[in-house]
Ligand binder design. Structure first.
Ligand SMILES: Cc1cc2nc3c(=O)[nH]c(=O)nc-3n(C[C@H](O)[C@H](O)[C@H](O)COP(=O)(O)O)c2cc1C
Length: 326
């Protein structure tokens, strides 16, 4: 079990924000496969603070997907607090603050991961957001901007400050900002955080691809929760594997081609109802590599599906290429 403020989750894992992926369709599938909590991709606070923008579907949760969190990015405490209020009002159950994003355009504006160099500003943002909403407020951060003493000092200052504020949860991506999404994840430092601040709820993020990774973070490093990200792109079965780890410690068998086909077609169906048809096909390409993971003719199938341009053609190709061969 995992408790985040008033919210109780049956299992200690969740799907962390994935910009450009974790829309309603991906989140619904995650839930269906046993993931107890999902997050929408990061939203710019300046946009989410605007009532008109909040009317757009991408900025609202579906009625049938609670609990679901929204994440905001920004550097102005007042704007971040306004955005949080708006998102809580449209129905998001948790507000997460992004101090982790490594995108150059974000760093240039001193937002996301760049703010880790300014612990006081982060804490100012956190306090204003927390005071503006009644739902849990969680925080996503990395282990520093760079592998430098100053970055390490700032990181520990922040952790201590969040401990003093009794933050609902910290999700820590075990890489520095300059590493972006590659290089080793430092899980040792995540374990040290939990050891030093045992009362804080700490979730670990970085390279979660199997239930062994979950066991490493929870059992070995003593963390409270695990944040699933890239491992679940085109692979909602990862959530079923992690859930089974808690239920029975027995990994479920890999999905058959037919099962993959059904899920892909349903996922694509949801994508088609969210986006115009030309965009839907292009958008869905991002999930194909994941879905083809277990296909015996993986490379050939990926190349074929990537070339498809029309929704109906994509449905037909999936239907043929993923038919179980008896
Ligand atoms: C395409 C992509 C989009 C991401 N979008 C977000 C985001 O919106 N907010 C966020 O906090 N992290 C975001 N992340 C970071 C992930 O949530 C996660 O912390 C990171 O990928 C490490 O986990 P993994 O190695 O298991 O993927 C993103 C990562 C990727 C690859």
């Amino acid at each position: 079990m995992l408790r985040l403020g008033e919210i109780e989750l049956e299992y200690p894992f969740f799907q962390t924000p994935l910009s450009g992926y974790s829309d309603y369709a991906m989140r619904k599938l995650a839930k269906e496969f046993g993931c107890p909590l999902t997050f929408a991709g990061v939203m710019l606070a300046k946009s989410a603070a605007n009532e008109k923008v909040l009317k757009k579907n991408a900025f609202r949760p579906g009625d049938d997907e609670h609990p679901v969190g929204a994440q905001i990015l920004g550097d102005e405490p007042v704007v971040m607090a306004e955005a949080a209020k708006g998102l809580a009002n449209v129905g998001f159950d948790i507000i997460d603050l992004n101090f982790a994003c490594p995108a150059p355009k974000v760093l240039r504006r001193k937002r996301g991961g760049a703010l880790l160099d300014e612990p006081q500003r982060i804490m100012e943002i956190y306090r204003q957001v927390r005071d503006a909403v009644s739902c849990p407020v969680t925080v996503k951060l990395r282990i520093g901007v760079k592998n430098l003493e100053k970055s390490k000092d700032d990181f520990w200052k922040l952790i201590e400050a969040f401990n003093n504020e009794q933050v609902d949860m910290l999700t820590i991506h075990g890489r520095t900002v300059d590493k972006k999404f590659s290089g080793d994840v430092d899980r040792e430092i995540l374990g040290q955080v939990k050891k030093q601040f045992p009362n804080m709820v700490i979730a670990g993020s970085g390279d979660i691809y199997s239930s062994e990774d979950v066991a490493d973070l929870l059992k070995d490093k003593g963390l409270d929760a695990v944040a699933v990200a890239r491992g679940a792109i085109g692979n909602p079965w990862l959530f079923a594997e992690i859930k089974a780890y808690f239920d029975s410690n027995q990994a479920p068998s890999k999905p058959s081609l037919n099962e993959v086909k059904d899920v892909m077609l349903r996922h694509f169906g949801m994508v088609c109802s969210l986006y115009p048809s030309v965009k839907a096909v292009r958008y869905f390409r991002k999930f194909l590599t994941g879905y083809c993971k277990y296909h015996p003719e993986r490379k050939k199938v990926i190349v074929t599906l990537m070339a498809v341009k029309k929704p109906q053609q994509l449905r037909e190709s999936i239907d043929i290429l993923f038919a179980d061969k008896i």
